[in-house]
Design a protein around this ligand. Structure first.
Ligand SMILES: Cc1ncc(COP(=O)(O)O)c(C=O)c1O
Length: 350
């Protein structure tokens, strides 16, 4: 669907004059920088961090661009995906007026971010096979529905959402469709980032926190049409990604071979772990996973969770989550960690 991004924006954002930083106003070579009230003498570290970083992180975006095949102008980098999500709410949703659709069970931050921004949430649960309820979504949409969040592969269920169903939403919904691909590197399914030219209402979220092993750096990415990225850049804090983070991420992105090796190993371990879990008598169902974790329905899940915690093994108890009764979400670990987990579950007797 082609939509006018401007018409979706909040009025105050449409009229916003963004902050103009010293680094925005002068770009280029100079020998004396006295424009940003920095410490001209240096910083008390071996590396000089006394100058403000590039507000738009062009070097990092160019590197990401070569890896992802998306032009740098179609990339926003946030302080984690959470910043990329929050900015969408602040820019596009009028507090107390607009609403967004989420499809539980799914990643919890969409709802939290909506609540922080006083935006109503409409929940259209996934079907029992963890796929989209397209009729339910169509019924839930009203004139104030600004965004639909779809997580694929989905957290906590692990499955990918049918591509055709996502395309149906993208083609029919006159608001933003946010596809969270945090776990895409572990999936058999293709990313949607090649579809940006097709759909101006598409926002794809990815992160360096999962396959790339950089959760502590806080690098989330939004890929979208130029008009949406312009909105991101207008609303974001001027220097939202630190110099140290930009440098470390650039260095890490040179290690793609190592990351691909870990992805292969994770996928291999996922299959082994799924098989071993399925062989345990209290495990009722191991859901197929396209992510780096497995959801398993297990008898006495709450007791098993506590039993594992007592032995220093922490998984995620999703028993109280809709459609996930009695289920634990288990991150795929190293072979040694997975062995310890399986051995310990086998020691559990009720
Ligand atoms: C689906 C999904 N999206 C986003 C995130 C968070 O990513 P980031 O570390 O980039 O904020 C997570 C983290 O668990 C997640 O599961």
């Amino acid at each position: 669907m082609t939509i006018d991004i401007n018409s979706l924006l909040r009025e105050n954002i449409k009229n916003l004059t963004p902050y103009s930083s010293a680094r925005d106003e002068f770009q280029g070579e100079a020998s004396v920088f006295l424009d940003a009230n920095e410490n001209s003498f240096g910083s008390p570290l071996d590396t000089a961090y006394n100058r403000y970083p590039d507000p738009l992180q062009w070097k990092l975006k160019e590197k990401i661009s070569t890896i992802k095949g998306v032009p740098p102008q179609n990339i926003f980098i946030g302080n984690g995906s959470d910043e990329a999500i929050d900015i969408l709410f602040r820019a596009f949703c009028n507090p107390g007026v607009d609403n967004v659709i989420i499809v539980p069970p799914t990643y919890g931050m969409y709802e939290v971010s909506a609540n922080i921004n006083d935006i109503a949430i409409k929940k259209v649960n996934l079907l029992p096979d963890f796929q989209l309820d397209l009729e339910g979504i169509a019924e839930a949409i009203d004139k104030n529905t600004k965004m639909i969040f779809i997580c694929s592969p989905n957290n906590p269920t692990g499955n990918s959402i049918n591509r055709q169903d996502i395309e149906t939403v993208l083609s029919n919904f006159p608001g933003l469709v946010v596809i969270d691909e945090a776990y895409i590197n572990f999936s058999r399914q293709k990313t949607f980032i090649q579809e940006l030219t097709e759909y101006s209402n598409l926002v794809v979220l990815q992160t360096l926190s999962k396959a790339w092993g950089l959760a502590a750096l806080r690098i989330g990415m939004a890929f979208a049409c130029g008009d949406i990225i312009d909105v991101y850049n207008k609303v974001k804090p001027p220097y939202n990604i630190s110099q140290a983070t930009q440098e470390l991420a650039l260095e890490a992105l040179n290690n793609i071979q190592q990351v691909n090796e870990w992805i292969r190993e994770t996928v291999q371990q996922r299959a082994i772990l799924a098989e071993e879990l399925a062989d345990i008598s209290i495990v009722e169902k191991v859901y197929p996973s396209d992510a780096n974790f497995i959801l398993a329905k297990i008898k006495y899940a709450d007791y098993l969770y506590d039993f594992l915690v007592d032995r220093g093994i922490i998984v995620r108890n999703r028993s109280k989550v809709v459609l996930c009764q009695d289920s634990l979400r288990i991150t795929v670990g190293t072979p040694e960690e997975n062995d310890i987990l399986i051995k310990t579950i086998k020691e559990f007797v009720i």
